[in-house]
Design a protein around this ligand. Structure first.
Ligand code: THU
Length: 142
């Protein structure tokens, strides 16, 4: 859990969810007021993200991508699990753009658990393969 390239030791699912809930408090969402937190476990380490909005709305970035890019910056490239926390009921799943970014770092999308939670204590979970079946990956490129 502490070394970027250590063995895969998935953090307890609830611990990852707790980190997503913590990250939600860091959201910058003055326009939508829809605050999202994410926590990814990549290469054995956990990284947090939150949505960061912009007055030029299209420049907004989702919590999931902030978390994944923080991991990539730290050299952690193997996605193992992700938890997302919002106030939506039922808990909202990652958007299509984020699913594609998650796929980039998932050697085995069927082995990646995506969990969505909310402040009411509701929970939904999928595998990444369920969320983006037959997705485009670098394997398609020459
Ligand atoms: N948002 C996320 O952070 N993750 C998602 O998967 C869906 C949407 C953010 C973007 C924007 O700041 C707000 O939620 C409303 O779309």
């Amino acid at each position: 859990m502490t070394t970027p390239d250590g063995p895969e030791t998935p953090e307890g699912g609830h611990a990852l969810e707790a980190r997503a809930a913590t990250a939600q408090r860091k959201a910058y969402a003055p326009y939508s007021k829809f605050r999202v937190g994410a926590a990814v476990q990549m290469s054995g380490q956990v990284f947090e993200g939150a949505n960061v909005e912009n007055a030029s709305y299209g420049l907004t970035i989702c919590a999931e991508r902030v978390a994944v890019f923080a991991a990539a910056l730290a050299g952690a490239h193997r996605l193992e699990a992700i938890a997302v926390c919002s106030d939506a009921s039922p808990p909202s799943s990652p958007c299509g753009a984020c699913r594609q970014v998650l796929l980039e770092f998932a050697p085995d999308p069927a082995a990646v658990t995506v969990t969505a939670i909310n402040s009411l204590g509701e929970r939904r979970a999928w595998t990444l393969a369920e969320l983006i079946p037959d997705g485009f990956s670098g394997r398609e490129l020459p």
